[in-house]
Design a protein around this ligand. Structure first.
Ligand code: TTP
Ligand code: MG
Length: 348
């Protein structure tokens, strides 16, 4: 393999942290999420998954499937702390660590001290288990797409290697939902066209993908053939992106403030589009003439990155505000960032 990319992903992360911190929970169905009837499951231990409980399922439904489960509220500060420990270990293996989420990263180990990739994977697993007390799964391949696919193969506590000679056979029978970057909506729509397995997509030319997914269509076309040129970029883990301005004159005119929000939405959107990232939280910030800061956020259930969509939410937020005094600063920030979700099939 020219390049050696690892995708590392902790097993049942939040639930495993809870089991580690409280050994009485070991071996039990642990469900982490909002504890109210209206909450959803963040994640659950593999013991709970046997009952059909999964991430994003409403808690009341999980309770029906697994009444004997132990339901816990998340302790996010603790998960962040453990995440930092794990990432420190990854960064000792290679400086080329690209975080994807709190418990997941790509590691490029091509030029690391490890000549044998399997040895590197075993080393990481041993250290994480010894120092942090948790298990993880590792996918090894020659590009990001295949490494990520591989880490999911033998979960939990697995190692899977995908080499060039396994392509395309290993990809053919997989459901199209396994294609990184394809959103749920796109999967459903392709399913409605009778396309279910990666193999089913091979009959379509490049143009088909471009027509349906715009410029990301080429990436999808390549990915299903095992081609992915994205490099592992150790980013600074940017969590939000925003613009703000102090007004020349204080104002409580919402039309004037909306004009600023429009301009911010356009600037933010072009940044997001360029980086191919999507967001689902929109925050409007303002400071009143007596220097009191206010922030108001909305989190959507889906990801967006178009200027118009961001602007519409920002407007909703500002419309709901009642100003007690004029405003001297206005700002717009987006967060809950996700990379590359193809959610739009342009023809529909
Ligand atoms: P994942 O890696 O997707 O899930 P996981 O680590 O719990 O389980 P797996 O063994 O399948 O990797 O997500 C990491 C953490 O992110 C997860 O522990 C909880 C959180 N999370 C949510 O809060 N909501 C969600 O819908 C998902 C998928 C994850
Ligand atoms: Mg995980």
């Amino acid at each position: 393999m020219d390049k050696i990319i690892l995708h590392v992903d902790m097993d049942a992360f939040f639930a495993s942290v809870e089991q580690k911190d409280n050994p009485k929970l070991k071996g039990k169905p642990v469900i982490v999420g909002g504890v109210s009837e209206r909450g959803v499951v963040s994640t659950c231990s593999y013991e709970a998954r046997k009952y059909g409980v999964k991430s994003a399922m409403p808690i009341f439904m999980a309770q029906k499937l697994c009444p004997q489960g132990i339901y816990l509220r998340g302790r996010y500060w603790r998960y962040k702390e453990v995440s930092a420990q794990i990432f420190n270990i990854f960064r000792e293996v290679t400086p080329l660590v690209e975080p994807l989420s709190i418990d997941e990263a790509y590691l490029d180990i091509t030029n690391s001290k490890f000549k044998d990739y399997k040895e590197a994977a075993i080393y990481i697993k041993r250290r994480v288990y010894k120092e942090v007390g948790l298990t993880l799964s590792i996918g090894i391949s020659y590009n990001k797409f295949l490494a990520k696919l591989a880490s999911d193969w033998n979960k939990p506590n697995g190692i899977m290697i995908i080499t060039e000679d396994m392509i395309p056979e290993i990809l053919k029978p997989l459901p199209i939902s396994k294609i990184y970057g394809l959103g749920q909506k796109s999967v459903r729509r392709l399913n409605n066209m009778g396309l279910f397995k990666i193999e089913d997509l091979y009959i379509h030319p490049k143009e088909f993908f471009v027509e349906y997914f715009g410029k990301y269509g080429i990436d999808i076309y390549n990915r299903i053939r095992g081609i992915d040129d994205r490099v592992v970029t150790p980013n600074r883990d940017r969590k939000s992106y925003g613009k703000e301005t102090t007004l020349k004159f204080d104002t409580d005119d919402k039309d004037e403030l909306s004009n600023y929000l429009k301009s911010f939405s356009t600037q933010i959107s072009s940044y997001l589009e360029e980086k191919n990232i999507f967001i689902k939280t929109i925050t409007v910030k303002y400071k009143t003439s007596s220097f009191i800061n206010h922030t108001r956020s909305k989190t959507l259930t889906h990801y967006i990155n178009k200027a118009e969509d961001i602007y519409n939410i920002a407007i909703e937020i500002i419309e709901e505000e009642v100003f007690s005094e004029p405003i001297r600063l206005i700002g717009l920030t987006v967060s809950s960032i996700k990379e590359e979700k193809v959610e739009q099939l342009t023809l529909f």
